[in-house]
Ligand binder design. Structure first.
Ligand code: SAM
Ligand code: SF4
Length: 443
């Protein structure tokens, strides 16, 4: 029997990255061996993203590149958000594809693989009507110290620009018991940092009789013996309650970093985006964090050029940046997406104007980051060692606030420091990272 091999390429967000870890585990359990190139693989899997048009175009470009591969008997699978969004239309656009499946159907992957192996040319998993989550005992984790845990899948909101509710289905939370079991198992396996994942992670609602809310789950995961760091992403401002800040204040294992996407600083645009909060309501949440005992870093997502966004609305976003002083942000030019409410809206902003606004926004944010990072010089931050940059002779670390902190260590040639937590004196700063020297004691 010939060996069954697969290659997987992942596009998009952390949810997709973690889904791929689960898919890899499931394939390995079904007897497939992972290989490093699509050329060497019998099964080529693309885990796709459709959040913006550019991401989707990339996928179709890859599929085009592989037309010839298909003739040589390779099986091509398209999974994830583009698969769910385009469905069987993918077979028309790329007839050499054999499997199309959205994330809400991954529970059926083993069954779909059997159909493929039986020579079935077209297999689909496109059902969105599910109450199930994709919890697999076979997850193959990419990183040695930090692990993802999905606690909630899907999205029940309906932001006017966003495809996620159409591509990932309705919100469904895992039981607190299964999350705690996975987190405890990870610590036992040597992980010391976990990141709780969900499109809206803080909308978590334990479906079991225990009925934990997100703040309770977060706190309990942080109290598992041996757990050093717990992160969570992404929080939706509407469901961001004070108890989350209180949990961070009361539990040092919870990282002092919150990613709270605002999208716009204009209440008028927020309403048109159907974001379910005003600028003032968002700022109230920022104030809870600013008043916390711990120094909580705050990051965000911004969309520029949403339909109808005027110069005054954009100025309101710039003004918000100055008021919050984010530690970092992701900014996106609005991209019209299929099925969404914003697609048919009037007053679409021209592409050049979106680019102009994005440039101004990034300049303003850069100045804020340069100033904030410079204030950290002379402080001591705890870094988790995640890698080594041989060229610079530095260890690659990350702080609890999620800042990259690269540093030198006198004993660099000694035993590997990977996965260790070290106190590091910050000696240099840049807009996006810090550099420093370790304070020696390895803990
Ligand atoms: N659920 C999270 C929230 O509501 O804050 C965000 C999840 S979404 C996958 C990640 C980010 O992509 C959003 O915060 C938004 O800034 C951006 N995004 C989503 N749809 C977009 C679109 N059509 N055009 C541009 N950016 C978009
Ligand atoms: Fe998309 Fe809005 Fe849901 Fe976030 S809350 S995933 S932006 S629809």
């Amino acid at each position: 029997m010939t060996e069954k091999t697969f290659y997987i390429e992942t596009f998009g967000c952390q949810m997709n990255a973690h889904d791929s870890e689960k898919v890899v585990g499931t394939l390995a359990h079904s007897g497939y061996t992972q290989v490093d190139t699509p050329e060497a693989a019998g099964l080529v899997v693309y885990n796709t993203c459709s959040i913006r048009d550019k991401a989707e175009q990339k996928v179709f470009h890859r599929l085009d590149q592989f037309k010839r591969g298909a003739k040589k008997g390779k099986i091509l699978a398209v999974i994830g958000c583009v698969a769910q969004q385009e469905g069987e239309r993918i077979f028309d656009k790329a007839p050499h594809v054999s499997l199309v499946a959205g994330s809400a159907s991954y529970n059926r992957l083993p069954e779909m693989l059997v159909q493929l192996e039986a020579g079935n040319r077209r297999v689909t998993g496109l059902d969105l009507d599910t109450s199930e989550t994709f919890d697999t005992p076979f997850t193959r984790r990419d990183k040695p110290y930090r692990a993802y845990i999905t606690i909630i899948e899907g999205c029940d909101k309906s932001c006017a620009y966003c495809v996620v509710p159409f591509t990932r289905g309705p919100e469904r939370s895992r039981t607190s018991e299964s999350v705690m079991r996975e987190a405890t198992g990870l610590v036992d396996a040597g992980y010391s940092e976990v990141q709780l994942l969900g499109q809206n992670v803080n909308s978590y609602r334990d479906p079991s009789p225990a009925g934990w809310d997100f703040a309770t789950l977060l706190d309990r995961v942080g109290r598992i013996p041996g757990m050093r760091r717990v992160r969570f992403t992404t929080s939706h401002p509407r469901d961001f309650v004070k108890e989350i800040v209180e949990a961070i204040d009361g539990n040092p294992a919870l990282c002092n970093h919150v990613h709270l996407p605002v999208q716009s600083g204009s209440s008028r645009v927020l309403q048109s985006m159907q974001r379910l909060y005003t600028r003032d309501e968002y700022m109230r949440r920022i104030e809870w964090m600013k008043k916390a005992r711990r120094n909580i870093s705050i990051t965000t997502d911004i969309i520029v050029g949403f339909p109808g966004e005027t110069e005054a609305d954009f100025q309101a976003t710039l003004d918000l940046l100055g008021e919050v002083e984010y530690d970092s942000l992701f900014s996106f030019k609005y991209s019209p997406r299929p099925n969404t409410a914003a697609l048919g809206m009037e007053d679409q902003v021209p592409e050049e104007e979106k680019t102009r606004r994005m440039t101004i926004l990034l300049e303003k944010q850069r100045a804020i980051q340069i100033r904030k990072n410079s204030e950290l010089i002379g402080t001591v931050e705890e870094a988790l060692v995640e890698g080594r940059n041989e060229a610079l002779g530095q260890w690659i670390g990350r702080t609890s606030q999620n800042r990259p902190l690269n540093f030198t260590h006198a004993d660099s040639d000694g035993a590997s420091m990977m996965g260790k937590y070290l106190p590091v004196l910050v000696t240099r700063d840049g807009p996006n990272s810090l550099a420093g020297e370790s304070m020696m004691s390895v803990v």
